[in-house]
Design a protein around this ligand. Structure first.
Ligand code: SF4
Length: 440
């Protein structure tokens, strides 16, 4: 009988992708994934510590595992991801029920480490950062019918934004070989995947530091030629590295969807400098104008930080102002929080918590208004939707995404998952659109 593995994932798409890979590795080791935590033989907690909230959630989940370990002392508990990298052996002290701690670059060593932990009942840590190219990726679709999939194209980051710990927990930038990426994508398309999202901390600098590798725009063009791939997306882009060549792809690569996530973080030049972002608000606006010239319907989403150390009310108003100018389709907004050893931890002019909280709620309120108005402007229009499955809110409705990335729930008959259909948009909600299958 196969053993059961429960996988809990916290954090970004990168972590979801890593969890997918670990599910693939565990399946090769005869572990079947389960949704039943109480019946699991192994619990893998893939953590994130990029933001304080994600870290708190991971710790709270780890705390819950104690009672399961008490009931079943043989339960294997593995912590992976950024928190594992950051805390290493300290996690054993904080949470005695753990068996294995594996950083993001130790994923491929999971089989040997797990065997070792099982055999010798020993607690093991694996948190070395790679100094040369990382080994190939392992896919974990496990025969599931999947319409969309992530493909990691690079890992790590060299940018050292002053608030961010990614370069410390995910290491320096490595790009995967283009041929390996294309092979993985072709394999996924053969299994029925219609939409690929390319992942990396800064996909725009793909290939820059890999001898003989093409640029990111070159990679997009090659992937655009893969037969059967309906849609292509990527995340995340650093505004300083988005090239004219890449912008041009939005006008020429048919499968590349009209959406870009372009984190601005702040609308104030003074704060952008302190964040070490290496672009100004005008640089950002210029890139947006170029994108809209090439692709007028492109939807642009972003990340924002409220209450960065030293942010004045005037700096904050610059952020509100740029939000109104760009009219972002959506934004992930967070309160600034210290993430040691990032440089901003040492800044002495931190803002009081009530100020950051109040600014965050103003950011969120403005974004809500912009997103809702944008969604309302789509009512009465038609959207090309790739159907992913049943809607979460109603099993009688289908759910998919427009090319511009809005979630669309709609009614309609047929076996639609994996198909691209036209939906008549009838209603705007805050986070989605509603409609019905259009009769052509
Ligand atoms: S670009 Fe900046 S914010 Fe993004 S991962 Fe790198 S250091 Fe962090």
């Amino acid at each position: 009988m196969s053993k059961k593995a429960y996988i809990a994932t916290f954090g970004c798409q990168m972590n979801e992708y890593d969890s997918e890979q670990m599910a693939g590795i565990l399946s090769n080791m005869a572990y079947e994934t389960t949704e039943d935590l109480a019946g699991a033989d192994l619990v893998l907690v893939n953590t994130c510590c990029i933001r304080q909230k994600a870290e708190e959630k991971a710790y709270s989940f780890l705390g819950r595992l104690r009672k399961f370990k008490k009931k079943n002392p043989d339960l294997m508990v593995i912590v992976a991801g950024c928190l594992a990298q950051q805390e290493g052996r300290r996690l054993f002290k904080k949470n005695p029920c753990l068996n294995l701690v594996i950083g993001p670059q130790g994923i491929h060593r999971l089989p040997e480490l797990l065997r070792e932990a099982e055999k010798n009942a020993r607690r093991i840590t694996c948190t070395e950062l790679a100094t040369s190219e990382l080994p190939g990726h392992v896919r974990g679709l496990n025969g599931k019918r999947t319409v969309t999939a992530y493909v990691g194209i690079m890992t790590g980051c060299n940018n050292f934004c002053s608030y961010c710990i990614v370069p410390y927990v995910r290491g320096r930038e490595f790009s995967r070989r283009g041929e390996e990426i294309l092979k993985e994508i072709r394999g996924l398309v053969e299994q029925g995947v219609k939409e690929i999202t390319l992942l990396g901390q800064n996909v725009n600098s793909y290939g820059l530091r890999a001898a003989g590798e093409c640029s990111f725009a070159g990679l997009i063009r090659k992937i655009g030629e893969v037969d059967g791939l309906e849609r292509l997306r990527f995340t995340t882009s650093h505004p300083k590295d988005i090239s004219d060549d890449l912008i041009e792809c939005f006008g020429s690569v048919k499968s590349l969807c009209e959406h870009i996530h372009l984190p601005i973080q702040s609308g104030s030049d003074r704060i952008l400098r302190r964040m070490n972002r290496k672009y100004t608000r005008d640089d950002y606006l210029e890139k947006v104008a170029k994108l809209r010239r090439i692709c007028p319907d492109i939807s642009i989403t972003t990340d924002l930080i409220a209450g960065f150390p030293g942010e004045t009310e005037a700096d904050f108003k610059d952020t509100l102002d740029i939000m109104r100018q760009v009219r972002f389709a959506g934004a992930f907004a967070f309160k600034y929080s210290d993430r040691p050893p990032a440089k901003a931890v040492t800044f002495s002019d931190k803002l009081p918590e009530p100020v950051t909280r109040e600014r965050l709620s103003r950011l969120l309120a403005l974004q809500k208004e912009i997103t809702y108005n944008r969604n309302k402007s789509m009512v009465g229009k038609r959207a090309e939707v790739l159907v992913e499955g049943y809607s979460k809110s109603s099993p009688r409705e289908w759910m998919g995404r427009a090319r511009t990335n809005e979630v669309v729930n709609f009614s309609g008959d047929g076996d639609l998952p994996g198909k691209v259909v036209t939906v008549a948009v009838e209603k705007a909600c805050l986070h989605s659109l509603k409609g019905s299958l259009a009769v052509e």
